[in-house]
Design a protein around this ligand. Structure first.
Ligand code: UD1
Length: 417
């Protein structure tokens, strides 16, 4: 079965919708649960492909995994293997997060080089260097990574770049080893704070998340817990942009303004009103948006995971926007697809120049997760109807996006063929 979206554009989005838990918080938290032998309940998770794949990987390691409604119940005490299954780890880049927890739990880990979206080279050297700085011995051979961690102890990790995943891996690996660890040039993304929250809920001693210096003091064991991961700032940002591009009014229940400072700033400059109500983030859009340049950067800069959606928004804004992608070198695959819809986008290496115009529906193909979301937004704002192929990529990170957009008034359907 291959799913696609059929979208009739031109409908104004209006209404209230709940923002689900963050994929990028949930994946490392699921991995970190291996650090305890007690039960862990992760509350109200989105049943998206990446979460299901991580659950399959945990199950393949022997961990008990079952769903109770939207809660994921894990029994990591049953886990007995430290070799990540090849096929599954290649489908999910986040499988690399398991190296840290497996080293913490079993002092051993083996993985194939991970897969994920085709948005650039995405090496894992920073993950490896971080674990080596804590005493892990790592052999990187013929597409496999073999780690031995008997001699690990607390130490100093200095990251050449504030990689989100490498920071998280080092944090997890450090929880159960002797001594103090300091991670310098740590990523400051809000999901790092959520991972710290989860580790501390299990009894770990982790401090400093949200700053460039994270500290971990090793403990001998961790206990189980119930934990509700943070709301998804990228889903929230995507829905805000959908509202903005359709001249709409959207209320995003659970979304946190403090996680979206940079995108909100750009939306306001583009002419939107954005307010925080009691339990929701509320966006009111003008009739016409004003083009704004963006430069993607590590948090708190503009997130690369909202770059594609901003390009779609720029296509229907008045004026010209420059979009600079600083994190991933080939993250503009959506530009060619947007052009099929009439967009005026020119790409030169890491920079795209987008001249605002009007879009017309077309048959387009999602090339990666966020790019697929961007095409969906473009279709909402386009004249006539569009078909978006390869929705499976969008399903990796958005839970039934078509239903959420329909509930806001969009004319969008999933077609199975
Ligand atoms: C996480 C997010 C992803 C987001 C990205 C940047 C999760 C599950 N995924 O991915 O959605 O787009 O942050 O905000 O949280 N790099 C290296 N060597 C490494 C690791 C990274 O060179 O060992 C480079 C990458 O190629 C990239 C940059 O560092 O250019 C940022 O990557 P990183 O912050 O590690 O992203 P991820 O953790 O993979």
């Amino acid at each position: 079965m291959v799913d696609e979206f059929r979208v009739f554009g031109g409908r104004r989005l209006e209404g209230r919708t709940q923002v689900s838990a963050s994929k990028n918080a949930v994946l490392p938290i699921m991995a970190a649960s291996l650090l305890t032998r007690d039960s862990v309940r992760l509350k109200d998770l989105p049943k998206i492909q990446d979460v299901q794949n991580m659950a399959r990987i945990l199950a393949a390691l022997g961990c008990g995994v079952h769903w109770e409604g939207r809660d994921l119940c894990l029994e990591p005490g049953k886990a007995s293997k430290w070799e990540l299954p090849d096929d599954l780890s290649k489908t999910l880049r986040s499988s690399i997060f398991l190296l840290g927890p497996l080293l913490g739990r079993f002092h051993r880990a083996t993985a194939a080089y991970p897969g994920g979206c085709e948005i650039g080279q995405r090496p894992v050297d920073l993950h490896i260097k971080g674990l080596e700085a804590l005493g892990a011995e790592i052999l990187d051979e013929r597409g496999m990574i073999y780690c031995a961690g008997e001699g690990m102890k607390g130490g100093t990790v200095i990251l050449d770049f504030p990689s989100v995943g490498a920071t998280e891996n080092a944090m997890m690996a450090a929880c159960l080893i002797d001594g103090d660890t300091v991670i310098h040039n740590a990523a400051r993304e809000p999901e790092i704070g959520d991972l710290q929250g989860f580790l501390c809920a299990m009894g770990a001693r982790v401090y400093g998340a949200g700053t460039g210096c994270v500290r971990v003091t090793g403990v001998t064991s961790l206990h189980g817990c119930d934990y509700a991961p943070m709301p998804d700032r990228i889903v929230a940002g995507t829905l805000m942009m959908a509202g903005a591009m359709t001249g709409g009014h959207v209320e995003l229940v659970g979304a946190r303004a403090q996680d979206l400072t940079s995108p909100i700033h750009k939306l306001i400059r583009a002419g939107c009103r954005v307010e925080t109500a009691k339990d929701a983030l509320v966006l009111d859009a003008p009739d016409k948006l004003a083009a704004q340049d963006i430069y993607t950067q590590p948090y708190p800069g503009f997130p690369t995971d909202l770059q594609a959606q901003w390009m779609a928004l720029s296509c229907v804004s008045a004026g010209t926007a420059m979009i600079v992608e600083n994190l991933f070198e080939s993250r503009f695959a959506h530009a060619a697809e947007l052009r099929r819809m009439g967009a005026d986008v020119r790409v030169e290496q890491r920079t795209a120049i987008v001249r605002g115009t009007s879009l017309t529906g077309a048959r387009v193909r999602a090339r990666d997760l966020r790019g697929g979301a961007a095409l969906t937004l473009a279709a909402l704002a386009a004249k006539d109807y569009s078909e978006i192929e390869n929705v499976a990529l969008i399903d990796r990170g958005y839970e039934r996006l078509e239903e959420q957009l329909s509930s806001l008034g969009a004319d969008i359907r999933r077609i199975r063929s």
